[in-house]
Design a binder for this molecule. Sequence first.
Ligand code: AMP
Ligand code: ZN
Length: 457
Amino acid sequence: MRLFNTLSRSVEELKPLSPPQVGIYTCGPTVYNYQHVGNYRTYVFEDSLVRTLKGAGFQVRRVMNITDVGHLTSDSDTGDDKLEVGAKREGKTAWDIAAFYTQAFLRDIASLDILPPDVLCKATDHIPEQIALVKRLEEKGLAYLIADGVYFDTARFPGYGRLDPARLKGQKAGARVELVEGKRAPEDFALWKLTPAGQKRHMEWDSPWGRGFPGWHIECSAMAMKYLGESFDIHCGGVDHVSIHHTNEIAQAEGATGRPFVRCWMHGEFLLMNSAKMAKSAGGFVTLADLKDQGCDPLDYRYHCYTAHYRKQLDFTWELLESAKTSRRRLREAAVALKDAPAAPACAEHLAAFRAALEDDLNLPGALAAAWGCVHSPAPAGAKRAFLEEAEQVLALGLFKDEARDALPPELQALLERRAAARAAKDFKLSDELRRELDSRGVLVEDTKQGQRWRRK
Ligand code: AMP
Ligand code: ZN
């Protein structure tokens, strides 16, 4: 398995620390609004990675965080917390905003057939771990206290910024205009922000430095180390995280432990709309609900994601989505037509091409081409069907769903999505209740390694 490592800027053979286990940390959503399809490009890329590794025989432990505090509207430690901004916008508390958009996110990833992470951890559930890490950094002389909060002293961490090629070339990414008073260097970043005197936040905690809240970057270092150990295999996110968020995660973790934090850093490129990164702040963004309104299935979007390598930018237009929808329909029709073919070993030649593409730095366009190659080949029907069943484990395009026959009414579909979200959040009480409810309405649900599966009673 060869993967591009942003840190070494080269494609490397994956050498897990304790094979066959692979530990993966993926930065999750900031839950102050709906995630857009740009965000979901990154989660689809990460899900293909997990599925590919599982298919190659690795035992994957995937951790994803939910950022429900500390992510400011500006990367320079000024501006408001996005959650508090969301709370003002909707006249709710930051806690309500976080709960609402976390559920929306979990429903979305279930509808994209993204496997639930093994650990889904919220920043607000890990305040003691974050405080402990800041204290460790303070004891090592890597942190200093100013009126605004506790800051990481980047000048005292040798090799700061080595993840970011632009920074090493001397072109500092993300020119920072605003400066927090007392910060020793523009690169220094908040570990713990103090609530300004006379103000009250929805989310704040006592700490050795005073009442306040954690900086955004510290949550990922603290939770990644808690669930995967001080050193682990793979850390993923979108490319926008290279220059600041992941650079700072490395500084915090390695500053505290003195050990290498992550062996392989992987970054997905942007989804573009109108030639610019799709972003909430830019105004124009598309959600999965918009997509459904246009008559598209989230899995049509998943197909669209496979039309470019994850390290290349990808355009989003409705025409491109429509063409992905047509291609997925054709592939699904081919799969459904093979449903009753006799059992046979999978078509070896195409399976080898499919796996080779995936193992070559997750070449999904190549893997998709191998799938089409198999469908159009003169191979026996059973061999094609077995190939497609295997390919579906990674592609997750709903290939064996005969949608006309299987379609459930929207309210039952919604119950299934809620149950998948409840399971992902490890709320087994709710997921059992929903299973009973579905059962009483004629739908049997079973849980498999690939997520929940349903059939009519
Ligand atoms: P956020 O909720 O802003 O923390 O972002 C969640 C994930 O989406 C992060 O891994 C980002 O890097 C990623 N992301 C944000 N915008 C885009 C985009 N336009 N294309 C691909 N990934 C994105
Ligand atoms: Zn993160």
